[in-house]
Design a protein around this ligand. Structure first.
Ligand code: ADP
Ligand code: ZN
Ligand code: ZN
Length: 745
């Protein structure tokens, strides 16, 4: 016998109320998650519609208490159905409850009523109305006279209701009277908040694509229409024309009556970017981002659902725009970490986009100057199609890059944060009235310890990631839990100059003022961009040449075009190398490549100076050469050697609980169970203390699993989920899963 769980509404609060129904024999085998069904509801058995969110063979209640479905709602599949089915897949894949998954894909329903726009429409013949106007004048009906006069003066015979009542001082009684006597009628329509309204104008056509762009656009289009891959990687440096290719493809999709989703990392979602789409596709473009109010966000959901939008632009969550005929999903800067959710379900927008596209026959284009090793690996083996845009539009030369060895600066007696080369460069730019960007690579700065003499960081002997210095003065590995004392001398060269690294943007800003008095400096980091508009303000001030030097964290290296910048200085290139996870080199390469790419646009040649303690490291050498393939080959050697993704699948199991002993016991128990499965080729790392051992009085442990086949790991996850459903385990600990983790727990 089959049973289904249904929800009656899709508003957030009601998702938790799931009702169980029996599937009648005539519908058995036909019900799927996401379907809209009819059923009797409540005491009076009112007929009701709802969505199926789960199917099961085992009823949760006594059978005689369970009512029976009446049928499947005929007609077209609502957009929510697709999203509910997607949520079911996310629940299975990433591990979460159905509620957590539903809350990720469906928006918060807003109680706030939509703004109503009302207008007044003349509803009698003009000649008749003119006669009436004369009568009002004769009888000194001033208010009625003003309204009728204004209506007649408007060629379309209409007036905005609010304007009429404010400017013409027509009371509701006057307007109501005129309506009752058949002179006019009041029409109202729901007006959704459009966050882009009035900000841009639609312009003409796009550019004429060059040869490479055309090859890519046509190749992707034909591949999708034929039996080529459904996912494509478009690889090209910033400024090589990827966005024009996206827009060409979107144009074709819209001509087929379908819709497009464009995912852009929140940080790159500027007026510049959105404006280009708006200019091309007009007001059928909308945007979702974290600065929208909940009401605005809900309106975008409704607008997409009722078909008044063709293109939805936004970060990760725009993936859940309720389009009924989705044709294409674009994911720009596909290598960005922000595409991975850090909340349960810990989904990756790339995998989820590919799955959503598959569900509805759409296709996916991933774009990047520095593709993730994951995507490039799949493109190499033919799973994704691949197109490359080799050159920057209108400017072929890449910047000239110098790598400065900070150990040598120290030996030469230079203790400043600026190398001699960078200092000269900045001085020269100030004299020539050109601009400089100083980039402090602070990502992954989690208490690593390194040597100022030889540049080496202290690493885990088992996992080859850096150890982190904890409050108790001990160094710890975030994967396997290995611990050691903080050494007094460098383990590699014996130098006593070993310590944790501390330097912030503020410190650099002060140093710039000291070394270059009179220079105009802007600083951009987490502190200066906390308010709503400050991010845009700082960037546009710099673009307007209101400053000579911009100091900032990785925020400043993303997709902005500053024609005045001819020098980029990277202050401590290797900081991100010491992040204690296996993607540290990949991130370093990506950040440096992007940073270097900021120097010199259009007519002015550019220069970049990379300061580092480890100039020999391949991610620094390859970034300086802008050699993606060279980097990829080296990086894959390391991943193969240590069995990290994309060579292997990796599953993080995060356990937390209030009682440390119980947690420890359960973690050991689970670890034992997993080892007891004796899966060939499976490596089990841990259980170990998490990076954050305790958070808000909740203790945390981790177990990592690695295996060649993701399918095998998925099966193990399924078994664990079954096992931990037992009450005893569930009461003591909370378990989360994380596929191919990108940050340490
Ligand atoms: P990307 O998305 O790779 O950073 P863009 O598509 O933004 O590159 O292109 C960079 C600049 O070059 C933009 O100003 C764009 O309008 C312009 N551009 C792109 N393709 C062409 C082309 N075929 N002809 C003329 N200008 C182009
Ligand atoms: Zn050393
Ligand atoms: Zn380790």
């Amino acid at each position: 016998m089959e049973f289904v769980n249904v929800i009656v509404d899709i508003s957030h609060e009601k998702l938790d109320r799931v009702f169980q129904y029996r599937v009648p024999p005539e519908l058995e085998g036909r019900i799927q998650v996401g379907m809209q069904v009819n059923f009797p509801f409540g005491m009076g058995n009112r007929p009701m519609k709802g969505y199926v969110v789960g199917c099961t063979e085992e009823p949760d209640y006594p059978i005689d208490k369970i009512k029976t479905l009446t049928g499947i709602v005929p007609g077209s599949v609502p957009a929510e159905s697709q999203l509910i089915a997607l949520a079911a897949w996310m629940k299975e894949t990433y591990g979460s409850t159905m509620n957590q998954a539903l809350k990720t894909v469906l928006p918060v329903k807003q109680q706030i009523r939509q703004k109503q726009s009302r207008r007044i429409v003349l509803s009698m013949e003009r000649t008749e109305a003119e006669a009436l106007l004369a009568e009002f004048q004769r009888k000194h009906y001033r208010a009625k006279e003003r309204v009728l006069d204004a209506l007649l003066k408007n060629p379309e015979g209409t007036l905005d209701y609010d304007r009429a009542s404010k400017e013409l001082k027509a009371t509701a009684a006057v307007l109501g009277g005129l309506q009752d006597s058949g002179v006019l009628r009041v029409e109202s329509s729901t007006r959704y908040r459009n966050p882009l309204a009035g900000r841009f104008a639609k312009r003409a056509q796009g550019v004429i694509l060059n040869r490479e762009q055309r090859l890519a656009a046509d190749g992707i289009w034909e591949g999708c229409k034929g039996n080529g891959p459904r996912t494509y990687l478009l690889h090209g440096v910033t400024g090589s024309g990827k966005t024009e290719v996206y827009m060409e493809l979107i144009g074709r999709v819209i001509r087929e009556g379908k819709q497009a989703i464009v995912l852009i990392p929140e940080i790159a979602l500027t007026f510049q970017t959105v404006g280009r789409f708006y200019e091309r596709f007009g007001d059928r473009v909308s945007v979702m981002h974290s600065r929208l109010s909940d009401g605005e966000r809900y309106d975008q959901f409704l607008r997409a659902k009722e078909g008044s939008i063709d293109v939805m632009i936004g970060p990760r969550s725009a993936l859940f725009a309720p389009f009924l005929h989705l044709g294409i999903i674009i994911m720009d800067e596909e290598h960005e970490n922000s595409y991975k959710s850090e909340n349960v379900p810990r989904y990756h927008a790339r995998e989820t986009a590919i799955y959503r596209a598959k569900m509805c026959g759409a296709f996916v284009v991933l774009g990047s100057a520095t593709p993730s090793t994951d995507s490039f690996c799949r493109a190499r083996c033919g799973e994704y199609g691949y197109y490359r845009l080799p050159d920057r539009i209108g400017r072929a030369a890449l910047p000239q890059v110098t790598v400065v060895d900070l150990r040598e600066e120290l030996r030469a007696g230079n203790r400043s944060i600026f190398s001699r080369k960078l200092r000269e460069g900045i001085q020269e730019r100030l004299e020539k009235r050109q601009q400089t960007m100083l980039f402090l690579n602070r990502r992954g700065l989690a208490g690593f310890v390194s040597c100022r003499s030889c540049g080496k960081a202290v690493r885990c002997p088992h996992c080859d990631v850096t150890l982190s210095l904890h409050g108790d003065g001990r160094l710890r590995c975030h994967y396997c839990g290995y611990e050691q004392e903080m050494p007094g001398n460098c383990p590699s060269c014996g130098s006593p100059y070993i310590s944790g690294f501390r330097a912030g943007t503020q410190q650099i800003e002060r140093e710039v003022y000291r070394v270059f008095p009179g220079a105009r400096v802007l600083r951009m980091d987490y502190d200066t961009t906390r308010s709503k508009e400050s991010y845009e303000t700082i960037l546009s001030a710099f673009a307007d040449r209101q400053a000579d030097i911009l100091v900032g964290t990785q925020m400043i290296v993303k997709g902005h075009d500053f024609p005045g910048v001819t020098l980029v200085g990277v202050l401590a290139a290797d900081l991100s190398l010491y992040a204690s996870d296996y993607r540290a080199s990949e991130r370093t390469f990506q950040l440096l490549t992007q940073a270097v790419g900021r120097a010199g646009r259009r007519d002015l040649p550019g220069e970049a100076v990379i300061q580092t303690y480890v100039p020999e490291h391949y991610s620094i050498r390859m970034a300086a050469k802008q050699d993606y393939e060279g980097f990829y080959e080296q990086e894959m050697l390391y991943r193969r050697l240590l069995g990290y993704p994309p060579v292997c699948g990796m599953l993080g199991i995060y356990l937390s609980g209030q009682d440390e002993h119980a947690l420890e016991r359960q973690a050991e128990y689970l670890g034992g169970c997993i080892r007891g499965l004796e899966v060939p080729g499976l490596s089990v790392i841990g259980p170990a203390k998490a990076a954050l051992v305790k958070k808000k009085d909740i203790y945390r442990r981790v177990i990592y699993l690695k295996h060649q086949s993701e399918g095998t790991l998925l099966k193990i996850k399924g078994k664990l989920e079954k096992m931990t459903e037992q009450e005893t385990v569930r009461q003591e600990i909370y378990i989360q899963y994380d596929w191919n983790p990108i940050s340490v727990y």
